[in-house]
Design a binder for this molecule. Sequence first.
Ligand code: BGC
Length: 699
Amino acid sequence: MTQAEKLQLVHGGGWDSSSIGAIGHVNGIARLGIPDIDYLDSTAGPNAPGKNPTPLPNPLALAASWDPLLAHDYGKHVATELRTLGFSGALGGGINLSREPRNGRTFEYQGEDPVLAGTMLAARIRGNNELPMLATAKHFAMNDQETNRFTSDSVIAERPLRELYLRAFEIAVKEGRPAMVMCAYNKVNGEKSCENHKLLTDILKGEWQFPGYVQGDWALSITDSVRAANAGTDEEQPGSLNDDKPDKFGLNTFFNQKLGRAVEAGQVSQARLDDMVLRKLRMLYRSGIMADPPKPGGIIDQAAGDRFALRVAQESIVLLKNDAGTAAPVLPLDRSKVKSVVVIGGHADVGVISGGGSGSVPPRDGNAVECRTPGANVLTIPLCANWYRSSPLSALRAKLPQANVTYFSGEDLNAAAAAAGQADVAILFATQHMMEQVDLASLALPDGKADPANQAYDQGALILAVAAKAKRVVIVLENGTAVTMPWANKVNAIVEAWYPGVKGGEAIADVLVGDVNPSGKLPLTFPNDENELAQRNISATQTRVAHAEGLRMGYRYYDTLGTAPLFPFGHGLSYTQFAYSGLQVTQQASGEVKVRFTLTNTGARTGAEVAQVYAAMPASADEPPKRLVAWQKVTLAAHTSRVVSMTVPPARFAIWQDRWVIPAGNASLLVGGSSRAPRFLKRSLLLKATKLPSSQDPA
Ligand code: BGC
């Protein structure tokens, strides 16, 4: 391979250089049989306008399913659609922890817990890897807010860095084996992520033995050829054919001529350039792309897409609240009793909302809702939400043929409230658009001021007005992060549907009428208000983002304080009830811990429970009160029991003390249906001090 050919493989061909509309493109080398590489964003399906990709529920929804098999199938499904359209690189593996739930990209990620997020992404990547497809884990690392996204500096101590933020990536990298890791725009402890030798070379490629390649995030993540290449970045995107001329946005590029000159001058070694190339070739072979590159021009199987999208939505919807009061709980709607239903707001008559930015998936047949104030932010990311044509109203009408189901848009608050007062039940849809590049000002449901492009009225005021008049009120949320709910105790039921994808309306109706028993659990804490977040405000001017809370992030914060959030991590109700009994814990000589207990469906319907195992670490370890170490999603018919067994690997008990160690002392295991289960099964466990060999580091 000539030097020019080597350089050609480590940078993209520039914006718009892909003949099939990829966001990133590497020119192959025909003489050597090396195919072109075309990367596409595919957070919730291929971001391929005009090609009819399937918009799936977003990754935070997927995390709410707590089902690694579903995540596996999600990865395989997205890879199948990407290949059908000719793409070879899947840029969908976001896994930044939701330390800051106002982060505009929270919907693209998988929640606040490193083991849950890492395990789910690993499964997705394994599904991806069943096809010849390059998968990624992004954005490495600490890319936990969008404000000042190109300049912010995440400042954090080593222990929380390792135990939380890097641990999610470590699990995804070791168990999922992605071809690529995308380094982030932000700095970590003063050093740009893509120029950060410690992150990329010492940890990712050194300690974790990652054999794939590091891809820079799109422009602006690399500021210096020598620093980035020597730190461990292996590819620049979108790159340029001419580094000596700024690109169409006036941005500089670094991995073409500039890198060539740096190698000639000895500032970057030839061995480093060869390693960059070798890593890419290794992944092209390992993935199967070298032998079988995708061909463009295929047709998406929309029926298969619909079926899968529906399955994901059905498994990921979380029933947050379902008050019994003196009567039966309002959900599921009783077909024999409910004669009149008022559906209000959220454009439920036409469709469901989704998130924006590179992680968006275009609607198949035009946007279901017209944008109020079209516009774009500085990076030309549209402010208008995508709405998919999947009407919850139509789906409900089909499922409730005996009932009179009427619709009010919500813009006339009094009309909606008056109608609600006449009906057996009011179902109010609330939506929240979020997107890359912009953080939410607040976790409250937006009004027209907070989101002029997509919101016509004050949703919080509408809920209060309807709740004041209605006999019974159900709130259905379509959004991509935690929501604050000053109105929560005024309504009877709350259903969290996330961004539910192209069959979202049908899945919501399935849950409302009980054709599907909800089984999702929260992958992130819902706070009472923003004062409980790790940072009160997201500063527009202060680029130093101090992670002063250390390990006390998400549920770990509430557990440390002993206070209750609005809805805890791991929470989610069902239309049946589950009882836990008979916990046995046995320690193996290997350090593995076997957990066995009996789970009983004590109710009258089939349902699935996510049984969760938490470890309370020895006091001397100086850890927050508990951490998730295992879980299993179990489906049980009414009035049946099953013995559930799980094996907790020793590394789940590790803490970072300049290396991974298991601390000695009395720990305990807690088993229940949420991080705040009213009654945990509990057994103690004596941990023996152990230094983990690096091969066992915590994956
Ligand atoms: C985002 C990445 C995305 C890339 C290509 C960047 O701005 O941070 O997540 O893959 O653009 O669209």
